[in-house]
Ligand binder design. Structure first.
Ligand code: MRU
Length: 367
């Protein structure tokens, strides 16, 4: 079994190629069977990789978009700032059209554009280098952000853990290292627990399979199992019996966008987990880097929900089609968990409780 650090080094979700000629990602559509890196060079390749979930998870999408726009900007042939900015903006809008829900995509692209604007007095060649550095800064900051979330989450685990008993943690989808630059968000407390010496008997993580794209089965259980964490995989519809049988002490999930009132969009099925958790009296925490908190969106009602192709439900992963041809299919990629179901939102700046708008303000978000 490899160590956690060996694993992190093996599974680097997204990075810039050493010669800055491509965005280098692990193709997550091939996991867990094949660990293959691919290089994205054209704007279409970057767009498709985000759309097809080769790179996925809100923070990782943000990092990939930042590297992507830096790469594409490096090839802009413009002799004035105005011309450069015009072309940059068009490329930015193109990448922003790849997926609608994870706000980190727009956050990262806007931050890159703000960098261009702040550098207007510099030469185009200098701006290109500044953009590469900014994308790198976004990736590096993400490592520290998820570490902070992990430290806060680990503090909660310590409070909830009973002496001599393993703590049962449930998670949905993949908010792990594959969704970020290092520790994940929902998985960060688990990785920190490992670092602090917790053993296999101290915690037990239950991963929802996460229909239809199986991020829980293909990615989270793969990550945690390889990191040496005691891990069990269950289908989404088995979460209730697990909770009823008192195997789950706490739930950590990631998110794609948190509205100002604390409503949180995350992978489809998350809101159902939260409703079950409320029923069984289990604390339900959303792990959210501040780049995922969208103060411009007042409530979950205004969060755009991505709708995806029918074949993800009817055909993908099956040997043969498992639904009548022509059947109408409902395939939203995300749902919104009402803030009233959330015990707390863990950000890198601190743990927030309702009323969330006030808590976000107190932590200086949006400033
Ligand atoms: O469609 P995906 O796989 O990009 O959805 C990912 C999730 O829903 C994650 O939970 C979320 O992005 C948080 S990742 C730290």
């Amino acid at each position: 079994m490899m160590t956690v650090d060996d694993f992190f080094n093996k599974v680097i979700t997204v990075r810039m190629a050493a010669d800055k000629s491509a965005v280098d990602i692990i193709d997550q559509t091939l996991l867990p069977g094949t660990i293959r890196r691919i290089e994205l060079r054209s704007k279409e390749e970057i767009w498709e990789a985000i759309k097809q979930l080769k790179v996925r998870g809100a923070p990782a999408i943000g990092v990939a978009a930042a590297y992507g726009i830096a790469l594409l900007a490096s090839r802009i042939n413009a002799d004035s700032y105005e011309r450069f900015h015009e072309e940059f903006h068009a490329l930015k809008e193109y990448l922003a059209s790849s997926r609608p829900t994870a706000v980190n995509l727009f956050w990262a692209l806007n931050r890159m554009e703000d960098t261009v604007k702040a550098s207007h007095s510099k030469s185009v060649a200098e701006i290109k280098e500044i953009l590469f550095a900014e994308a790198e800064a976004i990736r590096e900051e993400d490592v520290q952000i998820s570490r902070n979330i992990g430290e806060i989450g680990f503090g909660l685990l310590q409070q909830l853990k009973q002496e001599g008993k393993e703590i049962g943690i449930l998670t949905h989808c993949n908010a792990g290292t594959l969704a970020t630059a290092k520790y994940g968000t929902a998985t960060a407390p688990m990785y920190i627990a490992l670092e602090k010496g917790w053993a296999g008997t101290d915690m037990h993580v239950y991963c929802d399979e996460t229909r239809p794209l199986l991020q829980g089965a293909r990615l989270t259980s793969f990550e945690l199992y390889n990191a040496g964490i005691t891990t069990t995989l269950q289908c989404d519809n088995m979460a209730s019996i697990l909770m009823k049988s008192k195997k789950i002490d706490v739930i950590f999930v990631g998110c794609d966008r948190v509205a100002q009132n604390g409503d949180a969009a995350n992978k489809i099925g998350t809101s159902g987990v939260a409703i079950l958790a409320k029923h069984y009296g289990i604390p339900f925490y959303v792990c959210a880097p501040s780049s995922t908190i969208d103060l411009a969106t007042p409530t979950g009602e205004e969060i755009p929900i991505e709708m995806r192709d029918a074949d993800e439900v009817t055909e993908m992963w099956y040997k043969e089609r498992m639904a009548p041809s022509g059947i109408e299919v409902f395939n939203p990629a995300f749902d919104v968990t009402d803030h009233s179901l959330i015990t707390g939102i863990i950000t890198e700046k601190g743990l927030c409780h309702a009323p969330y708008d006030k808590a976000f303000e107190a932590l200086g978000m949006g400033r």
